[in-house]
Unconditional design. Structure first.
Length: 94
């Protein structure tokens, strides 16, 4: 499951602005809030690219950072936050 920064912040028990500030301070995000090291951190942080057509402005493009499932605990460790609880696995229940 891949989350946007809002949902990742909520799971880590903080707010999106505080998470972004901490990630920038740790050198994980660049000035555009995209991964500073996209190849190194590709298993934890990914970039979602989108585009749409606007009638007067033409094609519009956007990029945003997403956090993978493995990235949640990785971020908690990198930023000194408490790891979120692991949800109970009930797939084996008959």
């Amino acid at each position: 499951m891949i989350r946007d920064l809002q949902k990742a912040a909520r799971q880590l028990g903080t707010t999106r602005p505080k998470l972004i500030a901490a990630m920038k301070e740790a050198g994980l995000l660049n000035a555009q809030n995209l991964p500073a090291h996209p190849l190194r951190d590709r298993f934890y942080l990914q970039v979602k690219r989108g585009s749409w057509y606007h009638e007067t402005l033409g094609m519009q493009y956007s990029e945003s950072t997403r956090v993978t499932q493995a990235g949640i605990n990785w971020l908690a460790d990198k930023l000194g936050l408490e790891r979120p609880p692991v949800p109970e696995d009930n797939r084996g229940v008959a």
